[in-house]
Design a protein around this ligand. Structure first.
Ligand SMILES: Cc1cc2nc3c(=O)[nH]c(=O)nc-3n(C[C@H](O)[C@H](O)[C@H](O)COP(=O)(O)OP(=O)(O)OC[C@H]3O[C@@H](n4cnc5c(N)ncnc54)[C@H](O)[C@@H]3O)c2cc1C
Length: 475
């Protein structure tokens, strides 16, 4: 018996572990539902709402192949014991996944246990180096993986197999009861992912490189593929190859080249966590962990609830809370405010923010959080001014008013300049003063004589060797 363990690869197309498991015509598909995982560092049931759509569609596609998803509820070690008691000679098929420590630790045991018995078959998912890590050859290696052939569709099962586990259809009735009821994120599933890619390449990408900065224009002009890439309802390789096949035929080449670069970044950032899993808890530059020794739960709560008194910032957080997504620049601004203006340790704020993102990808999120907190040592610190972003990105306060209706009758200039009297809550900090203090603290650490030496080590381990890209990462 072959067992495909689905995790972040919820698709039928270009799914190497599923395809290889299917080759003997006698395979089962198990999805592990572990409630502790969904409440581990940055995860939330908001994300599972999207995953549930993906599972539904994958199950539907598998049923056409005389297969289906079965659900195992529990932890990885319980699942291992279950496999051993029910299918002691089975072969296990998985796709590689870089994830939070909670998952990595038990997945490591699973892999080692089945490896010792020659029963594990593990396949690359993204373009990261899982063995023989070498930063110098990283880009070449990425290109090789991304240009390799796509995997064929899985084969049919010879017979339908009955398992002593609930089917996805049975599970889906129960799961509805615990999913957040007042939240409807982007729709998940393979069909939706391909539809988004098609509409992006066909025209939505026009103006992408400029429009991506605006929280309003980005909604339509960004690809919106992030949750699909994260949870695997489309493969990154598929996206990349489709892009390459069309990029020179379109009249928005510049935009698509900008998109192409971001597909590299996707794996570049995940690689950091893969190479150094401790980054989930420790700053990339070791001298930066002492910068923010204490935390203020009350300030953090106001920040994550969108109650800071800065209308544009609050509008961005409220939008994120309602939709599970916001564009890159606004994510950077939200994080920068928590780390610089509120001076809170990123380890406390990062999971709260991640829980709101439907596309939460630990490798990208944690690297970005660290960059926007000035703790990597290899990127120049950038403190976003929430008032400047407010004026630049929402001059007529349209976005702000759409999220905070009580400001409907106030003129944009008063909103940007916080001349709101009793119409809105008071700002929780003075942004000029706090930014100045933050700048001084950051630069005082950076001017320490040992800082450069450690920063060089960080660069050698994690830094992009492509100068232009390294610069842009920090902008
Ligand atoms: C604090 C912070 C946290 C973030 N957390 C996440 C996260 O958890 N998951 C996530 O996918 N992205 C994260 N990003 C990066 C970025 O904001 C999102 O990838 C992007 O907004 C997703 O929208 P899109 O798919 O329309 O992007 P597009 O602009 O259409 O980009 C296409 C794809 O490229 C990748 N990508 C784009 N920008 C980046 C980037 N800066 N770094 C790495 N990969 C990128 C993503 O896979 C994305 O889907 C974070 C950024 C910041 C500042």
């Amino acid at each position: 018996m072959n067992i495909f363990l689905a995790h972040k690869d919820l698709r039928i197309r270009d799914n190497p572990a599923l395809y290889n498991a299917s080759l003997n015509g006698q395979y089962i598909v198990i999805y592990l539902f572990d409630q502790n995982y969904w409440s581990s560092n940055g995860y939330s049931l908001r994300q599972f709402t999207f995953v549930n759509d993906c599972l539904r569609e994958l199950n539907h596609n598998l049923e056409k192949l005389k297969s289906k998803i079965h659900i195992y509820t529990g932890g990885i070690s319980d699942l291992m014991a279950w496999i051993e008691s029910h299918y002691p000679n089975s072969q296990i098929f998985i796709n590689q996944s870089s994830d939070v420590m909670y998952f990595r630790k038990s997945m490591f045991h699973l892999k080692r246990y089945f490896h010792e018995q020659n029963r594990i078959n593990c396949y690359e998912n993204f373009g990261i180096q899982t063995r023989d890590y070498n930063r110098e050859s990283w880009s070449k290696c990425w290109a090789k993986i991304m240009n390799s052939s796509l995997t064929e569709l899985p084969q049919r099962n010879k017979h339908e197999l009955k398992l002593p586990l609930p089917t996805y259809r049975e599970f889906s009735e129960d799961i509805k009861k615990i999913l957040p009821s007042n939240f409807s994120p982007q729709k998940g599933g393979e069909k939706e992912a391909h539809k988004l890619l098609r509409s992006f390449l066909d025209g939505r990408a026009e103006g992408y490189s400029k429009k991506m900065s605006s929280p309003i224009e980005a909604i339509e002009s960004c690809s919106r593929l992030s949750p699909h890439i994260t949870h695997g309802s489309i493969s990154l390789k598929f996206v990349y190859q489709k892009l390459l096949s069309e990029i020179d035929k379109t009249n928005h080449k510049r935009d698509l080249y900008s998109f192409k670069k971001r597909l590299h970044w996707h794996c570049h950032f995940i690689q950091k966590l893969q190479t150094e899993p401790e980054l989930e808890f420790k700053s990339m530059h070791s001298m930066c962990d002492d910068l923010r020794p204490g935390s203020n739960p009350e300030l953090i709560q106001k920040w994550i609830n969108g109650e800071t008194g800065f209308p544009f910032l609050d509008a961005c957080i409220i939008y994120l809370r309602n939709h599970g997504w916001i564009n890159f620049r606004m994510r950077a601004m939200i994080m920068s405010f928590a780390s610089y203006n509120l001076w809170q340790p990123w380890q406390k704020t990062s999971p709260l923010l991640a829980e709101l993102f439907v596309d939460y990808e630990p490798g990208i999120h944690i690297s970005q959080v660290q960059m926007q907190s000035g703790v990597t040592g290899i990127n120049l610190p950038r403190i976003y001014s929430v008032t400047k972003q407010s004026i630049d990105q929402d001059p007529d306060a349209i976005f702000i008013k759409s999220q905070i209706p009580e400001l409907e009758d106030i003129n944009p200039s008063s909103i940007h300049n916080l001349e709101l009297l009793n119409s809105y809550r008071d700002p929780i900090v003075d942004i000029k003063e706090t930014a100045k203090k933050a700048r001084e603290s950051i630069w005082s650490v950076r001017s320490n004589k040992d800082f450069k030496k450690i920063a060089k080590e960080v660069y050698l381990k994690h830094g992009s060797r492509f100068k232009k890209r390294a610069y842009r990462e920090s902008t």
